[in-house]
Design a protein around this ligand. Structure first.
Ligand SMILES: Nc1nc2c(c(=O)[nH]1)N[C@H]1C(S)=C(S)[C@@H](COP(=O)(O)O)O[C@H]1N2
Ligand SMILES: [Mo]
Length: 305
């Protein structure tokens, strides 16, 4: 990171704390989390759309995760993804475009300037964080594949590898994890192809080496560890729609007025705010309405949830 923000907790403070806990021995050592896999520094520039809200700590962002391929507990991805192999890595591009093929991770990243973007992150489970992502606009990547006029949607897939991903040995979801966007959503300048957090390469539990971030949608749209991108003429079915179509829709836009069938979406718990902090109001489109509301003009957001 070229311009460090004073609000950002350096990763080494976190690591040192872990070492201290481990060195303290006894009960602390018994419950200590395993050593984190190495992350490297990335060269970045400040990007647009960053919130000035305080980012969550490195510890919050890297130990409170949803990544069901590594287990359904919040600390499971941290515990179980440390040995996940993310090199070599390639992404298959297919469907309605002029440049289909298999692209190495390095070739995908090479032409893009990496930007720091601090975005609000709102999980459908009604908790939220503020995350300093590193990435580049997804649209800039997709344009390189030259989508044709039939490309109305983009479908993404996570790696399928039950050997490495213990969660995939159980039928939690219809593996591999699949997500999708309309082409307009995919091309929107807020939509990020993410390769890092806090100026460093992505920790495995956050979706290394390549994951999506769509900040006005619920977090489950931000598919991790992507190996396939397909341009389609028809709307793809996503893993969460298949699992529970009455609970999780294709759009999944953050909306305080449309409740989940089993809980309210009007308020959210900000991770790290402390045990006694009250919930805060959820913002329409997670606070990005000014940028994205026009994408949905004329759409009934209650039906198209
Ligand atoms: N492949 C895959 N991608 C995934 C998930 C998952 O279980 N598997 N969980 C989603 C959910 S529900 C959320 S809230 C975010 C969490 O991202 P984070 O752990 O980096 O905060 O990842 C999303 N992407
Ligand atoms: Mo989520």
């Amino acid at each position: 990171m070229k311009i460090p923000s004073s609000g950002i907790t350096p990763e080494n403070v976190y690591l040192n704390r872990r070492r201290f806990l481990a060195a303290a021995g006894g009960a602390a050592a018994a419950t200590a989390l395993p050593a984190a896999a190495a992350v490297r520094d990335l060269e970045t520039v400040p990007g647009p759309f960053s919130t000035d809200e305080a980012p969550n700590s490195w510890e919050d962002v890297t130990t409170y995760n949803n990544f069901y391929e590594f287990g359904t507990g919040k600390e499971d991805p941290y515990r179980n993804a440390q040995d996940f192999a993310t090199r070599p890595w390639s992404v298959t591009v297919s469907g309605e475009c002029e440049r289909p093929g298999s692209y190495d991770y390095e070739d995908i990243i090479a032409p893009h300037t990496l930007e720091d973007r601090v975005y609000r992150h709102r999980c459908v489970e009604a908790w939220s964080m503020v995350v300093p992502w590193v990435g580049f606009p997804l649209g800039d990547l997709l344009k390189r594949f030259e989508p044709n006029s039939q490309a109305k949607f983009v479908r993404f897939k996570t790696l399928l590898d039950p050997q490495q991903m213990p969660g995939q040995r159980r039928r939690i979801l219809d593996w591999p994890y699949v997500e999708g966007l309309t082409i307009a959503e995919a091309m929107h300048p807020l939509t990020l192809m993410v390769v890092g957090i806090y100026g460093k390469s992505l920790p495995n539990q956050n979706g290394a080496p390549l994951r999506l971030v769509v900040p006005w949608k619920y977090g489950f749209k931000g598919i991790k560890s992507i190996v396939e991108i397909e341009f389609t003429s028809r709307r793809p079915r996503t893993s969460w729609e298949i699992a529970a179509p009455n609970e999780y829709g294709f759009y999944a836009n953050v909306n305080p007025e449309v409740d989940h069938p089993r809980w309210s979406q009007a308020r959210e718990r900000r991770i790290g705010a402390g045990l006694f902090a009250s919930k805060q109001p959820t913002l329409m489109f997670n606070g990005y309405a000014e940028q994205v509301a026009s994408l949905y003009s004329g759409l009934d957001l209650r039906r198209n949830f």
